[in-house]
Design a protein. Sequence first.
Length: 359
Amino acid sequence: MATLVFPALNRLAVEYRDAAARRGETIVAAASVHDRQMEDTFGHLFILPYVYDSAFGDAFAALVKSHGIRRVYAPVASVHAFLQSHIAREELPLELIGESPIADVVASYRDVLERATRARRLAVACANGSSKVAGELEIAAILKHAADIYGESNEQKLAAMIGIFAEAPKGDVVEIGSLMGRSAFVLQFLAQRYEVGPVLSVDPLSPTASFQYEIPGDVQKTMDDQWDYGVLRKAFVINTLPTAYRRFNYLRMTSEDGFKTYAANRVIRSDEFGEVRYGGNIAVIHIDGNHDYRFVKEDCDLWLPALVPNAWLILDDYVWAHGDGPYRVGNAILETRGDIRRAFLCGKALFVQFGSSSA
């Protein structure tokens, strides 16, 4: 039994082939125009007449019979619609896989709109009912694009981030630990949406700095084996460059060195993002670097003194399955700081808003 991919001419066709290869599924590829790249990708590309050509029916039936085809994947909406009618009309013993590509896309947007409705309710709650919270279409846009970037910030955490920016003061927005840029993208969008200030990412993206001694060895080894840091660095730029707008930059260095650079320089430069001027006072800080206790504590000791009144700390993985570094540091902040205005847990992250010492 084989599956026919027709027309094998777009990204969806290649993605199906890759998934089929992983599960051992036999693929036959066909199209109505020759494409050398697709032929190289699939190994061979059969040529069928266009579906509206009178010769299509016989040629299609012959290909199906000669290669034992029992399933068809059609990654083009018009061809999918034609084959749905053709297979039924000719009573062919074929399964047409899935819905039309356009139907799948429409369904995905319905889904993200529903998720945005739920996320906005949570964001409003995190913003103490503020009317300044972004609208559902804006939140849908955030969720849609964030989902395309690999990362572990879930939608509950992103909703809370959306909420706190409605209450954020003016100042710089800093992130310690960005990986491929999911949360950095969200911080960019929100900082510009609310005109808070420029965003700075600090992440060495190196195996030495990323090694976490306090998590189980098997977990650490699995992580080390899977990361290609050269690709990660490029992926970060790819994911954050479209929304940078000269209001975003990064420091490819440790948190300690990053703080020294930030404290000594109001202008940060990079080849990819150009030149960005910072104020030196932080309105929102997202700490999501190395989760070992000593590094989380160092991050907070270094950066929190630069917070302005009413600034927010987002301490990621306060609840974490692999260690308790953020939990211990977060608890120490909650127990010892006398200037906490609000604090809550959402999406495994601890959100803390600081006021003044008399608050």
